[in-house]
Every structure is written in C-alpha cells, then in structure tokens.
Design a binder for this molecule. Structure first.
Ligand code: ADP
Length: 675
C-alpha cells in the first residue's frame, strides 16, 4: 500500500462505542490520563532498552532515555514526548486502534448502565489507557517513529469520533510525541505545578527521567532494588498502582531479596480485588521479568504456577541471560528455582494471614479462592498446604449464624425465592441491598476494610475434624448452587437432627476439586448424596412404632420400583430422612448431581448417573400410602409414588417435564377431594 499521502481509517465497532462513551461522559479522576500516558512511555522505553542491550540496531542510538512533558497555560496545550520504541504503521492501525482486552465490551455495557459520573480510574484497567486522553482533549495528535531504522515516521490524528487519519511525518528521532489542546474544563492540566504534583503522586518511581517544561521531577530508581526498609508505603503503593492499573491500594506485598545459590529481587503484590475480567485467564497479567533492571518480558508465565497468578509485580534476576527465548526460560533451572521460592513465600504469606490477619485471608479467599483452589488439581507438591487453606460453609456455622436451628427446614421453602440473591454469600444482607453493595464494590467505592464477615461463617477441614465426635468416621459434604438451595435439601435432615456437621459447597470450583481430595486426616470425604454412607442407626428412628414395615413395606417398595422404572438403581429404606417422605441419592459409582449439572452446562454431558430412591417409612404420607394399598386404592398409591419420585427429581433440578408433574398433581388432588 502507498502510505505517503494522508489516509482516513475507521475505528473498529467496539472501539467506536468505547470512544463515544469516553468523549461524551463526565468523569471523576480525569487526571488518570497522565498516568496512562507516562506508563505507555515507560513501557516503550523499556522495550527499546531491551533492544539495545541485546545488540539490535536502533534508530538514533545516542538518544538518552527520557520522557519530556511540555505544557503551555496560555495556549492550554499539553504534550508528552518519549524516546521509546515508537510505533510503525501497523502498530498505529492495529494496536492503538483496537480494544485489547476481551473484558472491554462487558465493561462498556456496565458503564452504559451507570448514568452517573464515570471513574476515570476504571479506564486504565482495560488496556485502553491511551484513549483516556480523550477525557481531557477534543483532538489528539500522535507523531511517532519506530526504533527499527528501516521504518518511516508517522502522524496519527483523531477526534475520537469514529475515524482517524494517518500520514507520513518528517520526525527523524525514534520515539513518540502525543499532543493536544485541553478542553476548557480541564485546563488545569496545562499548569506545570499541577502536572508535577500528579507525577509525584502517580509516577515518581518511573525508572526514566521525567521532565516537565525542562525540569526533572521524579526521583527515579527501581523500587524493587531498594532496601525494603527504605521504601515508603506511599512509594510502594504508587508503584503497585502504576504497574497494575489498579486504583486501590494493594492488600499486601512481598519484598524479597534473595542472595546465594540463586539471586533475585522481587516486589509482589496481592490486589484487594480481582479485576472484572480476571477469570478470563488469557487476560492475566501477573509478573514482569527484569534482568538487572532491564525489562525482559511482561506477564512471564514461568515465574508462578497458574493458580498463584493473582499476584502482580516484578521479578528481577541477574542469573537469567537477557536474550533467551520463552522455550529456554521455561525449562531453565534458574526459573524453576525462582518459581519454587516465590511459591513458598506466597504460601507463607497466606498462612500468616490465617494466623494473624484473618480479614485479609477472607478478602483473598473471596476474591481469588476459585483460582487458588484449582491448584489442588495441578500442584501436587503443595497439595497438603492448599488443603489446609480450604474453607467451607457448613450446617453448624449456618445454623449458628442465623440463630435458628435445623427445625425450620420444613418451612424454609416458602420464603426461599426471596433471598436467593444472597446465596453463597453467608451474610445476612437482603437481596436488594446485596446487589447495591456489589455494585458499589464494583465501582471500588463504599467498601470498608472490616466490612467483610470474618471467618466464623467458614470452617476448615481441620476444625471440622477436631469437633467431630469419635463415632463419626467420615467428613460429610453436600454441593449445590447456593446456600438457600442446600438449606432446603431433605438429605440434610438426618444430619441436622443428629447435630452432625455437613460442609456446604457452593463455589463451583469446589465441586470439581473436593471429590479429588479423597481423605483428610484419614477421614474420607463423602458427599451425603451417596447412598453408601456409614451412618449410625438412629435409635429414635428405630423406636418409632408408627412406621411401615415387613410385607407392607416390601409391597410399597415394589410400587416405587415400578414407577421409577430403570431410571433408578434401587429403592431402599432411608436412614437419613426425618421430615421428608423420599429423597434421591447417588449410587457408588455415580457423580454428584451438582457436578453432573455443571458438566452438562459445560457441554460435557456423560449421561445421567443412576440414582437411588430412598423412602422414609415413618413419614405420614408413606404410612397413608401403605394403608391405602391395603384398602384397595392401588391406582392412587401409584400416582402418589410417581409424584413423590418426580418431586425429588424436581428438587434436584433433574425433572425434565414439569407439565406432566403438574397435571399428575391435579389428578391426585381430584381423587383426594372427591373422597
Ligand atoms: P495498553 O498500554 O494497555 O496496551 P494503550 O491503549 O494504552 O493500551 O496502548 C495501546 C498500544 O499502543 C500499546 O500496547 C503500545 O503498543 C502502543 N503505544 C501506546 N503508547 C505508546 C508509546 N508512547 N510508544 C510506543 N507505543 C505506544
């Protein structure tokens, strides 16, 4: 393509939407644009420094690395000029004009729903930092020349309204200059003092000199190279914000300086909150790798196992050669050693929280627990450490927390619909309040450090085992979509009545990792959905005279068997039911119903496992059925058996045809009411 004359290009559709939003909204924190531009310049300088130390030819090799900002109050203009890697034609059209992160569209949708002011801080989180300058400028000019001496220089101009123009430029030095006139309402950013003040706030530790109208303003120096006692909280937190684009302070950090067999320095942070697109692992930006202060690579995957990649920060090691390919670093023993040390330190930090700072542990567990737990399936060396850190809701903590006992389990179905939004949270906020709170949290406001419930609503396996009675041989759990749903599950009746604690697993990840634990402290972990539980006989139960038994029971079981057909593996007398007539459990080989549903959602349907139908011979309905059978109402008994079976499936979320269920119910009622 001939690129000499001016050409016009259109932004991609989603970029247009995003720009429309940026250009037409009011902001809090518009000053964020400055941090974003300086951060881009610093990245560009890192890249050119890397080219130079690895011996590549660069344009204008003598040029010193620096960022120059010029402001003119009278003209209301702002410009930032760096001697970094610059951009070629392709960078300008492909990288500058596209939305980098797949979370961005979701972000746009969220922002559109908020009619109030936008927080400029949020913009940087989505890899569209450059465009944040449209918060303060009508039109932006980018003049740039790539460090590759074969590339030409270009000028890019846009008003952010749908198109941009590119033409050749006469710039001879490598690097990039971004300039604009400030909107009237943002003319403060043409004031040199204001800019200096912001640089001290946001970018003080940038490793290149930043000049404002000719005067150097930052202190410089790689923070991670300093002695940790010499780094102030402010400096460290500022550095975190700079590399992570987070607008909140980090929750905690690790500053390491290892010397001896392996040499490296590291400054790692734990964010307070997972970014909105955090769980799309392709967007994970975890640790940056430096070699003796020279930036080598962003998001260096080899430095940490995937389940610890909630950590953000830098690792700097002289022991690694600079110009090595990914393949080499992947298998390098140095890298493996660094990874091992970091992993160990991170575990140490989390274990410390458990002992001494439970609120931090709670925040961490709520935000990053699902990722962290996935380590159970991948890091066998640290499996036991992860297992010790698992926390679950349980029937005991739930009952203690709500001030009610299991006795209300029969009633709770009635108001279940109302509080479903609360599910899984364990706190007692109403659904609506909770939604509001979540929205606030998402905006990063209104959240106080100690607002989260501490750990008392969650229990560790260790605590569970410590308080289980000698007679109990297994650790019981039940998994489901929400606490509300689980609370209503008839399978819990026996356990609640006998005061046996059952872990309630509501995080989808739990359903995948917990069955794999096998046993803890030689106590097998068992889903109470399983039919082969090692339950004690309930003497109360046995004593009850009024229950169907003997021949009558056999006959009734036969009816249930016929009605449920070969969809069930067996029909048996239940030892776990108290208030309900029937329930479905899982045979020896079967999979949890919850896990099965999730696999189905993920298109990994293995066909339903067969269930075992358990019936409660002392339940009034079962007793009535037995009497009716003797009295010759066999047909109604059949209908009722089918209805009870389908009702159990409905509770389990496994009933395909509610229509049939309802029409059968009507028939049963007809019969009963005509008597
Ligand atoms: P991000 O920095 O998160 O990738 P931006 O929208 O800020 O998102 O920048 C998009 C891309 O444009 C960068 O990844 C980089 O390739 C390029 N870019 C931006 N500013 C500069 C600069 N000053 N020098 C060189 N390249 C730049």
């Amino acid at each position: 393509m001939e690129k000499t004359s001016r050409q016009q290009f259109e932004f991609k559709a989603e970029m247009k939407q995003l720009l429309h939003l940026i250009v037409n909204s009011l902001y809090t924190n518009p000053e964020v644009f400055l941090r974003e531009l300086i951060s881009n310049s610093s990245d560009a300088l890192n890249k050119v420094r890397f080219m130079q130390v690895t011996g590549e030819d660069v344009q204008s090799p003598k040029l010193s690395a620096r960022i120059k900002i010029e402001v003119d109050e009278k003209e209301q203009t702002f410009s930032i000029d760096d001697t970094g890697i610059g951009m070629n034609f392709e960078d300008l059209t492909e990288r500058l004009g596209t939305v980098a992160s797949s979370g961005t569209m979701e972000f746009i949708r969220q922002l559109k729903d908020q009619k109030s002011k936008l927080d400029g801080n949020m913009i940087g989180q989505f890899g569209v930092g450059f465009y944040s300058a449209f918060m303060v400028a009508e039109q932006i000019t980018v003049e740039t020349r790539h460090a590759d001496p074969k590339e030409k220089a270009w000028i890019w101009v846009s008003d952010g309204k749908g198109t941009y123009e590119i033409e050749e430029s006469a710039r001879t030095e490598r690097g990039t200059r971004i300039s604009f006139r400030l909107k009237n309402e943002h003319k403060e950013f043409a004031n040199a003092e204001r800019i200096k003040q912001l640089i001290r706030k946001y970018s003080n530790f940038v490793d290149y000199s930043i000049l404002v109208n000719g005067e150097e303003v930052n202190s410089r120096g790689a923070v991670w190279h300093k002695n940790k006692n010499e780094v102030t909280d402010e400096e460290r937190n500022g550095f975190y914000k700079f590399i992570s684009n987070d607008f909140q302070e980090p929750m905690d950090h690790l500053h390491l300086s290892m010397e001896g067999r392996i040499n490296f320095k590291a400054l790692l942070f734990v964010p307070k909150k997972a970014k909105p697109d955090f769980f799309r692992t392709e967007n994970l930006k975890s640790l940056q790798l430096y070699s003796n202060r020279v930036f080598v690579r962003e998001n260096c995957e080899e430095l940490l196992p995937e389940y610890l990649r909630f950590m953000v920060g830098v690792v700097d090691s002289e022991d690694l050669p600079l110009n090595v390919s990914r393949e080499v670093t992947q298998y390098s023993p140095v890298m493996a050693k660094i990874r091992e040390v970091l992993t160990n330190k991170i575990f140490g930090m989390i274990e410390y929280w458990v002992e001494s700072e439970p609120e931090k542990f709670r925040t961490f567990y709520d935000e990053f627990g699902p990722l962290f737990k996935s380590g159970l399936n991948s890091d066998f060396a640290n499996r036991d450490r992860i297992i010790e850190l698992l926390r679950f809701h349980s029937t005991l903590s739930l009952d203690a927390g709500s001030g009610k006992s299991g006795a209300d389990s029969g009633k709770s179905g009635a108001d279940a619909g109302k509080s479903d939004a609360d599910a899984g949270s364990g706190d007692k906020t109403t659904g609506k309040k909770k939604a509001e709170k979540k929205q606030q949290d998402d905006k990063g406001v209104g959240k106080k450090e100690n607002e989260k419930p501490a750990m008392e609503d969650l229990v560790s396996l260790k605590e569970y085992v410590e308080r289980m009675p000698d007679s109990q041989k297994e650790i019981y759990y039940l998994s489901g979509d929400s606490l509300e749903e689980l609370k209503r599950d008839p399978k819990l009746e026996y356990f609640r009545k006998k005061g046996i604690e059952v872990l309630l697993l509501v995080d989808p990840v739990d359903a995948f990792v917990v069955p794999g634990i096998g046993s803890y402290n030689e106590k097998p972990l068992k889903s109470i959905e399983k039919a082969d539980l090692d339950l004690e006989d309930d003497p109360d139960h046995e004593k009850q005279k009024e229950k169907v038994s003997g021949d009558a029971l056999e006959k009734l079981i036969a009816v249930f068997k016929e009605e449920a057909g070969d969809r069930v593996e067996d029909v048996v007398v239940s030892r776990r039911l108290v208030d309900s007539a029937v329930t479905l459990t899982v045979g020896k080989e079967g999979m949890d119903s919850h896990l099965e549903r999730m696999m189905k959602m993920m298109d990994q349907d293995m066909g339903p496992s067969k269930r075992v139908l358990e019936i409660n011979p002392s339940h009034q309905v079962i007793r009535n059925m037995s009497r009716m059978q003797v009295a010759g109402s066999g047909e109604t008994v059949r209908l009722m058996a089918r209805q009870l079976y389908d009702g159990a499936r409905l509770l389990q979320g496994e009933l395909e045809s509610p229509g049939e269920f309802v029409s059968r119910m009507t028939r049963v009622m007809e019969r009963v009411s005509t008597k």
